[in-house]
Structures are given as C-alpha cells and as structure tokens.
Write a protein of this length. Sequence first.
Length: 372
Amino acid sequence: MSKWCYEALDKCLRDILRFTPGYDSSLLFGGKVVVLSGDFRQILPIIPRASRKDVISATINSSYLWPFCEVLCLTKNMRLLQGSSCSSASDIAEFSEWLLTIGDGKVGQPVNGESEIQIPDEILIKNSETGFEDLVNYTYPDLLRNMSNSEYFRERSILAPTIELVGKVNDYMMSRVSAEEREYLSSDSIYKEDGNVESELDAFSPEVLNAMNCSGLPPHKLSLKIGVPVILMRNIDRSNGLCNGTRLTVKRFGDHVIQCTVLTRTKAGSTVLIPRMTMNTNNTNLPFQFQRRQLPICVCFGMTINKAQGQTLGCVGLYLPRPVFSHGQLYVALSRVKSKQGLRILIENHDDLPSNTTINAVYEEVFDNITP
C-alpha cells in the first residue's frame, strides 16, 4: 500500500495514454479505472529507520490520489470460511470479530500505538521448559515420518517477529531432521559498479563479506537436507510461479542447482530447478554494496511475520520470545489460519506482563479517511 508505487503508476499511465486518441492525460491514471487492493490492518510500507510519522505518510491514504478514490469494503473472511468444516458458524464469527478488534487496535488501552492484549487459553502454549518444543510438536507433528510428504509442509509454518528468531527456529528444526546434509557456499564480492572506491574494494576480504548476513540475501553457508521446506528470496520465473515468497521442498541436489517441488501458488506440485544466481544487497546501513552468488533460497520451517503476508496456512505456531514491534504484525500472524483450531501461541520474556499477555501495535492514524 505504498503511495509511491501508485503515484508512479499514475504518472506512467498518463504518459502512455497521452498518445492514445480519446484519452485525457490530465485525468488520474490517464482516465483508466484502476482497482487498488489492500488491508490497512496489515503491515504498512517498510521504511528503514523511519519514524511512525514517516510510515503513516508513506501509505496510500496520504497520497494526492486518495481524495479521488472510492472505498469499497469487503466484509467476509474468506480464509476462515475455508476452514468452516471443522468450526461452527458461531465460532467462526467470534474468531473473525476478535481478529478485527486486534487489527483495529480496539483491544486493551492503547498507549502511543501499543496496547496489552490477553491471549485465550485454548490457543496459548504454556511457557515452560518444554514450551518451545511443545510449539514445534504442535506445528510439525510426526515430522520425520512426513519428510517425503510435500502436502504436509504446504499449510504449516512457525512465525516469529524477527529474522534472528526465525533462524533459531530453522536451526532447531534442521537438527531434528536425520537426512544427510549438503552445504552450499556463496561467492561474495564488492559491487564494483556502485561507486565503491578502491580503498573499500581492498579493505573487505571475501571472508569479511561471507560473515555478513543481510535481509533479502541467503546466508553464505546454506545447509540443506532432502525434504526440508525452503522459500524463494527472489523472482526467478513468474510464469511458472517462481516468485519471491514461493515455498518449495528440496528433492535432489546438484553442484550448482537443486531440484524442488513447489508447495504454494498456482504451480503447486510441479517440479522445478533452482539455480545459483547473483544477488545485490539493498541494505542502506552498509557503507558499500556487495553481491552474493548463491541459491536464492533459505530454509523455511519458520518465517517472519512480514514474509507470511498473503499466505494461507492450516496450522500456525506463533513464537513470541519478544513482542511484535510494528503496526499490523500481530494481526497478520493471527489471521493466516483457516480456523482458530489451527493456531497456537508461545509467549516468552515479556517483562512485567502476565504470562498470557502480549503487545499489539496499531497506528490509529492510518485508518483516517477510509470510511466508505
């Protein structure tokens, strides 16, 4: 819902259609009707090191386009209706309403965009010495017996707020898989066409670059096992469903390519080859840019809440050793499931909060001017 992408589309269509007879380039989108879709309860545009005000200003309802938009609201939770066979109509309605109150920030007493909410006991995993293992066993029951079953992984995942926590989940799950492990090492180098000066090119050895872990890049040492779920980190072939966020399972290893089965989206069940490719960093915190040649995947027993946007899952384990930290994260995590029975939450280390309570972050300003 970033306003910049829609404003760029507006300018592009105006520029193209000014050469088309019958169209007025002075009109928004060149006079074309454009449908914009999104959910203001979900995670807002990601802006590194931005303030709350900056994030709000980047949303579409802060754009010059917004006064000309007609708001149409969808009222049915189609994801929950998919799981209606195992839930009564009253249970679905109750759970759906609870999700909406969390997304709207109407639970608890908000203070500076954050409020404390209680998690119902029926979806809460008790915080104990075995709490993390209980969460894993709920999300991935009989793991070893189902490693060759792609359907098993299609609708299961553990979600967590940060990449570091997801790494902990994936490392633990990989340790439980007894299959032979194959390591793929990346080739890293300074991006020479990015204006890096010669001193920078000499200062950072391959070993230094190998040790860097950046958002959006696979790790230097990628450890894989047959049958494990992975997720694509780049668009490879849109026509065959190989887009950023597509989940797959590993079937065969090659030296420079691996064979996988697609788990999600329109090409689910198809067999594909994933090659190594060169990827550039987009981390503005670094004083230089470097490139990594590696398989564009990472292990995906767990994934970040942000990465889970758009996914529909039958079984979700939400791991919260720290609270969520941005607008919509908790709502997104809780609303990925088809039914309340498919959700379990483990809360740890929430200072001075009851064991069944966590933090919900909602920026109320983002809901301004969206009433139909």
